[in-house]
Design a binder for this molecule. Sequence first.
Ligand SMILES: O=C(O)CCC(=O)C(=O)O
Ligand SMILES: [Fe+2]
Length: 332
Amino acid sequence: MPEAIPVIDLRDSEHGPKARAGFLNRLRAAVHDIGFFQLTGHGVTGAAELLDLTRRLFSLPESEHAALDVLNSPHFRGYSAMGRERTRGIPDQRRQLDIGPERPARSPGPGEPAYQWLVGPNQWPAALPELRPAVLAWMDRLTSLSHRMLRLILESLETPEGFLDDVVTPEPQIHFKLLHYPGPDATAGSVPKGDGAGTHKDYGLLTLLVQDDKGGLQVAVEDGHFVDVPVLPDAFVVNLGELLEVATRGYLKATVHRVVRPAPGVDRYSMPFFYSPRLEASVRPLPSRYVSAAGGVTVDPDNPLFACYGDNVMKGLTRGFPELIARHHPTW
Ligand SMILES: O=C(O)CCC(=O)C(=O)O
Ligand SMILES: [Fe+2]
């Protein structure tokens, strides 16, 4: 039986043609069969330090978090208290800071698509000034690694490796989250129902996740059957977003996943980085024999898949942040 979540070492892509061919075969199998793998040998350092800053961020007094409230940002940037973001209508049992590339605030003009609101400034904690430079440097490093992984995935499908370069040029859409999943309070009378993060697919191209040593991320390998993503120190958990499912007519899978809550008294921290096309870019089917033979994307009436990234992400935002939309975007 193959391991549930394959482990792939990026160094194998550089050790001569034979190792590279084996690497590409393993990569293709991972992204086709399960849509999740763990990436080792990537050479990116700094994850432990950033996780440490994440713990310190969530340990700040509540007043510091309230000053960064996402409800004050029409750009969906900032701090969400427990239950603020929803997945399929159910409040996620986690706290988070949503971050993106630092851009000036701007309101889309008449006729401009509403998804342009996603461009804008971040909200940073005054009491933790080290966070901003560390996060911005991390997002740069992970953008480069994501470019590299995307090209390798295309090569594994025998598609020209630069085929999707135009949708991530001059720059991809980046979204980064710092997450805290507190275990339920065992002394509280009733524990809110719901997962740490409800069952969902990611919207873009690739997600690179650092998780701490607590576990809890689970992937649907067959209908209704979830397996744990084991904790593998120094690895990125990599998974595919819906746009790669669209671009490969379903040959590659944006796999459903969720995060179960930690045990009472346990705190879990994680940091997903989402790499996506420009908001207004649409993906086209890849020229690949694997794609030509594929049957099509997963059809789920509750979750239509759009080829334009901005449209695809909007469906998630409108369901995920109803209070923010009521406050800043009542006409959506
Ligand atoms: O925290 C995790 O392990 C995964 C989070 C996730 O799936 C998401 O935010 O899309
Ligand atoms: Fe996710």
